[in-house]
Design a protein around this ligand. Structure first.
Ligand SMILES: Cc1ncc(COP(=O)(O)O)c(C=O)c1O
Length: 356
């Protein structure tokens, strides 16, 4: 039985009639950018997450750039972040003239290690960007206490974790991506910044529109980074489905456990919304091959962590042993809300067969 790594179409299908109607509604409305659908989505998404403000932007990378600036990060600052994450996390820091300083992750859930963050702080550090990697909430209480002690801003990169417990509730701001493969997604690019702080939300709104409040007076250099009405209308529909989709991901993760996948590979830390289901194994090549032979999709993420990417070769070398181990041993297996028990049994069988 062939099993794809993800199947976004199957999760969207039951909602497609409403999506088509909503898209046509926007086309007929004559409002295409930053209109009533965006305003409604911003308010509904913030409410769903339990925070005060939402600011729609063009994608999750712009969300990081704009949020970092809104939190007061300026050129020459150092910003601590993980190396075991998608490139955009550190790219956004460098894009505004700050320097990413890579800290190691915890062995169990691969999120930023607060102790490692503490040792990376210097007088130039102004912020920490924490990533809720693969949908797993990071150690927010410890990071918040640390940031408060040292006077640092705390930004949550929640691109992979919409709807995970506590995500977006502890940092000074959080950023989300709605790229098609994300848990909450649209048919193209989209992003969101959330924040409990009115001042941060206001600065994000100015920055996303060319540094202007009123389209007449330009008070700083900003960006053209807006969310389209069509995407916002689609996202409002999918926002109603996200809790159910995330719940089915959690059920699928529990099923992998009960099917005995843990006899063959190290399972991901429980909890979170399993944007990706990443197991750990020292037999990665053999398992990739046995899955390929069985028609089971797999992918390796972040095999070259950011501190070893050519673009950051000029930065001081750092020892990040858990990051290196994750990069060597992580392997994503099929995970999506419509994944069936029989498909999961086929995945477990394909993984087990690497020893046969
Ligand atoms: C952790 C992380 N941060 C940031 C991004 C950037 O989001 P986008 O692709 O919407 O720019 C992504 C996803 O691509 C991501 O996985």
């Amino acid at each position: 039985m062939a099993v794809p790594l993800m199947d976004t179409r199957a999760q969207w299908d039951p909602h497609m009639a409403r999506v088509r109607e909503a898209v046509l509604g926007v086309i007929d409305s004559g409002r295409y950018v930053l209109g009533p659908e965006v305003a409604a989505f911003e308010a509904e998404a913030a409410a769903a997450l339990g925070t005060a403000h939402g600011v729609g932007v063009a994608n999750g990378t712009d969300a990081l750039v704009i949020a970092l600036r809104a939190l007061g990060v300026v050129p020459g600052d150092e910003v601590i972040c993980p190396s075991y994450t998608f490139y955009a996390t550190a790219e956004a820091i460098a894009a505004i003239g700050a320097t990413p300083v890579f800290a190691d992750v915890c062995a169990d859930d691969l999120t930023l290690d607060p102790a490692a963050v503490e040792t990376a702080i210097t007088p130039r550090t102004s912020a920490v960007v924490v990533v809720h990697l693969f949908g797993h909430p990071a150690r927010m209480a410890a990071l918040r206490a640390l940031c408060d002690r040292h006077g640092l801003a705390l930004l949550e990169d929640a691109a992979q974790a919409f709807g995970a417990d506590g995500v977006g509730l502890v940092g000074d701001a959080a950023t989300f991506s709605f790229y098609p493969s994300k848990n909450l997604s649209t048919f193209g690019d989209g992003g969101l910044i959330t924040t409990p702080r009115a001042d941060v939300a206001e600065r994000c709104r100015v920055l996303r529109f060319h540094g202007s409040r009123d389209k007449q007076t330009f008070i700083e250099i900003g960006y053209n980074s807006r969310l389209d009405e069509i995407h916002a209308a689609i996202l409002r529909i999918f926002l109603g489905a996200i809790a159910g989709w995330n719940g089915r991901r959690v059920e699928a993760a529990e099923r992998y456990r009960s099917l005995g996948l843990g006899d063959h590979v190290e399972l991901p830390a429980p909890s979170g919304v399993y944007h990706l289901y990443v197991v750990r194994t020292t037999s990665r090549e053999a398992i990739v091959e046995s899955c390929r032979a069985a028609g089971v999709g797999t992918v390796v993420h972040y095999a070259t962590p950011l501190h070893r990417q050519p673009v950051f070769a000029h930065l001081p070398a750092r020892e990040l042993p858990e990051t290196e181990r994750a990069a060597r041993t992580g392997l994503a297996l099929p995970m999506f809300p419509t994944l069936t028990a029989s498909a999961q049994a086929a995945v477990v069988d394909a993984v087990a067969s690497h020893r046969r």
